[in-house]
Design a binder for this molecule. Structure first.
Ligand SMILES: Cc1cc2nc3c(=O)[nH]c(=O)nc-3n(C[C@H](O)[C@H](O)[C@H](O)COP(=O)(O)OP(=O)(O)OC[C@H]3O[C@@H](n4cnc5c(N)ncnc54)[C@H](O)[C@@H]3O)c2cc1C
Length: 470
């Protein structure tokens, strides 16, 4: 019997075969007839008031299928896409309200026009919806900030019966709503704190990985933001550290029309490690186009230079291309020990590395189910890109499977919107407020209208859930 595949192939045909897929096209979610779209809160309310059965909410569908597929219980199922309800709804001096279906790029652009930005740094792409990003704890980097949900001031939710409730930051359940896993209600409006646009100077470097354990702490604690890519095969690290730009640097950025300023001096210090990584990626993906998207995510580390720009220009450099992406957070003070374990495992087994290990940290999150809940957190990120024919490198996947086991054994918490093996995690043990979240979920959606197969496994029906204060 063929071994069970932990990650599915992606469908590369153009034919949806009457099914709805997630963005990566590695999971079918429902029959095409299950899709319902809404372009206003009123439409969401009337749909729910008609008691349509189970409703799973979708944004840009960039999460793994388990977060999106309806199902899990009998009865009608609806996939509700609220991307039609989008845009800036209102703003004040230090806040802005957006419709839940607004894509992050539109949030960032609208704020930039106001000379503002979010106090939470962005992830690498901005195609996600605001509601989708909030539901999964989407984050960027920097110890002085945390996930996008930590910029939340209030949230409007359409409940399973079609009524609307608004929750402010002083509500006792707010920590549940900041990362809600799509289980609490339909997020229709989101009010976020904003701060003036800041300009950053990002210094890029290459260094040996021998002292990564201590370097990680220095980079993250000594700078407003840091991000690193560890190439264990070559014992090298590419690191970016960002601080507020000097007056002269800001002036140069302004003079260039507020576009990213790249220094002319470049460094070729990463070129050898990048070429080795590219050779693996080419062999794994069999993509012939040397400019293919997966390759561009790593070729940018060749001949790198320091840059000045706003936080989006500096850090939102990702190229959305289908991949299996595993990202696990561990408390920052335990990260050096985890690096040491990965190093020892790598030395012992020489696993096949498809892409460098991505390292970024955030400060504590107030969201009960954020992997950053409770303290400074270092995220270890691993990527395997899909091959042209929709397959995944078996060696690349083996790497993911083994490294995830290692991180789970260290108490790691996986990113909800990415890929993970849920059998590895004891959720109530990982999250001190797990039971409280379960009780809020039960109180807001007792009939589990917004649940699906995965969330039913997470929150098995309990005859007597503890009551929560409202
Ligand atoms: C290429 C790529 C790069 C990424 N980079 C990063 C990164 O840098 N940092 C990071 O942290 N993450 C990153 N992610 C993960 C991504 O941010 C999450 O998967 C995010 O949830 C996707 O948003 P979405 O709009 O596609 O939501 P979907 O995947 O459509 O939905 C996610 C969850 O939100 C729920 N939901 C959707 N709409 C609503 C609503 N209106 N109300 C309530 N719940 C709702 C859904 O039910 C589901 O549970 C990346 C993913 C990809 C594919």
């Amino acid at each position: 019997m063929a071994p069970e595949r932990p990650y599915p192939r992606r469908d590369v045909s153009e034919d949806d075969a009457g099914r709805l897929w997630n963005w990566a096209r590695n999971s079918t979610l429902a029959d095409a007839s299950a899709l319902v779209t809404a372009s206003s809160e009123l439409e969401v309310r009337s749909l729910l008031a008609s008691r349509p059965g189970r409703v799973r909410l979708v944004g840009s569908r960039m999460s793994a299928g388990r977060m999106l597929a309806p199902g899990g219980s009998s009865g009608a199922e609806v996939l509700l896409d609220v991307r039609g309800h989008r845009g800036l709804l209102a703003h004040g001096e230090d806040w802005a309200t957006f419709a839940g279906g607004t894509v992050l790029q539109d949030v960032y652009d609208a704020l930039a026009r106001l000379g503002r930005m979010l106090p939470s740094s962005p992830g690498v792409i901005a195609e996600q919806t605001l509601a989708g990003a909030l539901a999964t704890g989407t984050h960027g980097q920097g110890l002085q900030q945390s996930s996008i949900g930590d910029a939340l001031l209030s949230l409007r939710l359409v409940m399973a019966d079609g009524t609307v409730e608004e929750f402010g930051a002083d509500h006792p359940w707010f920590g549940a709503l900041q990362v809600g896993l799509g289980t609490l209600g339909v997020v229709t409006a989101v009010t976020l704190r904003t701060v003036p646009v800041a300009v950053y100077s990002c210094v890029k470097g290459a260094t040996g990985a021998e002292t990564l354990e201590s370097d990680l702490l220095v980079w993250n604690r000594g700078h407003e933001m840091a991000k690193a890519w560890w190439f264990p095969d070559d014992d090298q690290v590419h690191v970016w550290t960002a601080q507020r730009a000097s007056t002269d640097e800001v002036a140069a950025w302004e003079a260039g029309g507020r576009q990213l300023v790249e220094r002319t001096e470049t460094s070729d210090a990463m070129n050898r490690a990048v070429d080795a990584a590219l050779a693996h990626m080419r062999a794994d993906t069999r993509i012939l186009d040397a400019q293919g998207k997966p390759f561009r995510t790593v070729t940018r580390f060749k001949d790198f230079s320091d840059v000045t720009g706003d936080v989006y220009q500096v850090f939102m450099r990702g190229i959305a291309t289908p991949q299996i992406n595993v990202e696990i957070g561990v408390p920052l003070d335990r990260a050096p020990a985890v690096v040491e374990k990965i190093r020892a495992w790598h030395a012992e087994t020489s696993p096949h590395l498809h892409y460098p290990i991505i390292l970024r940290a955030t400060g504590p999150s107030r969201a009960w189910l954020s992997p950053s809940e409770g303290g400074d957190t270092l995220y270890f990120g691993f990527v395997v890109y899909y091959a042209e024919d929709g397959s995944l490198s078996a060696d690349g996947v083996d790497f993911l499977v083994e490294v995830e086991k290692l991180l789970a054994a260290e108490g790691g918490r996986p990113h909800w919107g990415k890929y993970f093996d849920d059998a590895l995690y004891d959720w109530p043990a990982l999250y001190p407020r797990w039971e409280e979240f379960a009780a809020v979920r039960e109180a807001l959606d007792p009939e589990r209208v917004f649940g699906n197969g995965f969330t039913d496994r997470l929150f098995p029906a309990a005859a007597s859930r503890s009551e929560v204060a409202a």
